[in-house]
Design a protein around this ligand. Structure first.
Ligand code: KIV
Length: 313
């Protein structure tokens, strides 16, 4: 567990629990600092948590596949799944910028198809920007979205949607040629108009170099400390992920352990009859309760009936 350092409020923040809407220009204006924070949320309570903490961006990530829906890979999640989860997050009306992942195969077929799919995330789901994985190979799709006024966030490095072709999840850009190709990808995406760029699973030095080489903010996950912002999966950060935690995760709570312990206490209380107590039960008007007891006597010979006391709301 780590304590957060306090800092002066960043633009868009009052530091007092009420803040103005985080917009694309605000995010772009944070290049070079103060650091951006983005966290995933997939439902209403998750969005409320993220919003109460005053995160800058909420990502409805396709990691919903792994952490919420129990799939092995993100390739299983559909556009309809993403719209469903985005709607729930949007209902929290976050001031954080709401970014939504375009799932696998929704931006690979044609620019027109990509545009229609992104428009559904915005119109039906309530997304304010979309994120898509890939570098120079996706520039055509990015251009089409940007020309339709759809803000796009790029995502390069370890791209989980490539798990089948890559044969697993490996840190990317460790070799010189790979690193150079990734710098080119970042520049191509910037040229195409992405407003920010996620760098996932790359050596810290490469995270630093790409951040220096582009004018748009970079948001790292396993990309070292020098990117313009950081993103984590909420369930990892809160210790609510029952599986493996990648090395780049720092857990700030142990929700899974605390949740199991709380459930066990409740089970114990139910079994020994201490839950619910009077404070968790509703009472009748005294006279009515007495009358009911009288009329019911004999009906429940196996139980002792007692009047519960005075009137409660
Ligand atoms: O889906 C997701 O959660 C993501 C983040 C890891 C950046 O893409």
């Amino acid at each position: 567990m780590a304590a957060a350092a306090s800092a002066a409020p960043a633009p868009g923040r009052s530091g007092a629990g009420s803040r103005s809407k985080i917009t694309i220009p605000i995010v772009q204006g944070r290049k070079g600092g103060p650091k951006l924070t983005m966290v995933t949320a997939y439902d209403f309570p998750g969005a409320r948590l993220a919003e109460a903490a005053e995160v800058d961006l909420i990502l409805v990530g396709d990691s919903v596949a792994n952490v919420v829906l129990g799939y092995e890979t993100t390739t299983r999640v559909t556009l309809d799944d993403m719209i469903h989860h985005t709607k729930a997050v949007a209902r929290a009306k976050p001031q954080a910028l709401l970014v939504v992942d375009m799932p696998w195969m929704t931006f690979h077929v044609s620019p027109e198809d990509t545009l229609k799919n992104a428009a559904r995330l915005i119109r039906e789901g309530g997304a304010e920007a979309v994120k898509l994985e890939g570098g120079a190979n996706r520039v055509e799709m990015v251009r089409r979205l940007v020309s339709a006024e759809i803000p796009v966030m790029g995502h390069i490095g370890l791209t989980p949607q490539s798990v089948l072709s890559a044969g697993g999840y490996q840190i990317q850009g460790r070799k010189l040629e790979e690193a150079q190709a990734m710098i080119k990808d970042a520049q191509a995406l910037e040229e195409a108009g992405v407003f920010a760029l996620v760098l996932e699973g790359v050596p810290a030095i490469l995270g630093q170099i790409i951040t220096q080489k582009v004018q748009i903010p970079t948001i790292g996950i396993g990309a070292g400390p020098d990117t313009d912002g950081q993103v984590l999966v909420m369930h990892d950060l809160l210790g609510l992920n029952f599986g493996h935690y990648p090395r780049f995760v720092r857990r700030y709570a142990e929700f899974a352990d605390q949740g199991v312990a709380a459930l066990q206490l409740w089970i114990e209380d139910v079994r020994r009859g201490s839950f619910p107590g009077a404070e968790e039960s509703y009472q009748m008007i005294d006279a009515a309760a007495l009358e009911l007891l009288e009329r019911s006597s004999g009906d429940h010979s196996d139980r002792s009936l007692t009047a519960q006391g005075s009137v409660l709301p």
